[in-house]
Design a protein around this ligand. Structure first.
Ligand SMILES: [Cu+2]
Length: 99
């Protein structure tokens, strides 16, 4: 009986540890405000540049909202790098206050 409880405790700790490891390597989602986009061509150009960047898993860019919602692998990319990619398209990634 005690053995079973010990086994259970050990596996619970294992599962928690594995969960933490995979969580730290998980996909991150970030919303970046982008200035200067006027139409679907603009947002399309930003989305294309982002999707061509290694580590980006998905990019939803809206010219109406003026933002890019990006899913990325944080082992390969940083938010700073994503901002550089956006700025490289000729639009401006805006630094949000309180970020
Ligand atoms: Cu446009």
């Amino acid at each position: 009986m005690l053995n079973r409880i010990t086994n259970f405790a050990v596996s619970a700790v294992l599962v928690l540890t594995l969960g933490l490891i995979s969580a730290s390597a998980a996909t991150k989602t970030v919303t970046i405000r982008v200035e200067g986009m006027k139409c679907a061509k603009c947002s399309g150009a930003v989305a294309k540049a982002l999707k061509a960047t290694e580590g980006v898993e998905d990019a939803q860019v809206s010219s109406e909202k003026g933002e890019a919602v990006i899913k990325y692998d944080d082992q390969k990319l940083t938010e700073t790098k994503l901002r550089e990619v956006i700025n490289g398209t000729g639009f401006k990634a805006v630094e949000e206050k309180g970020n």
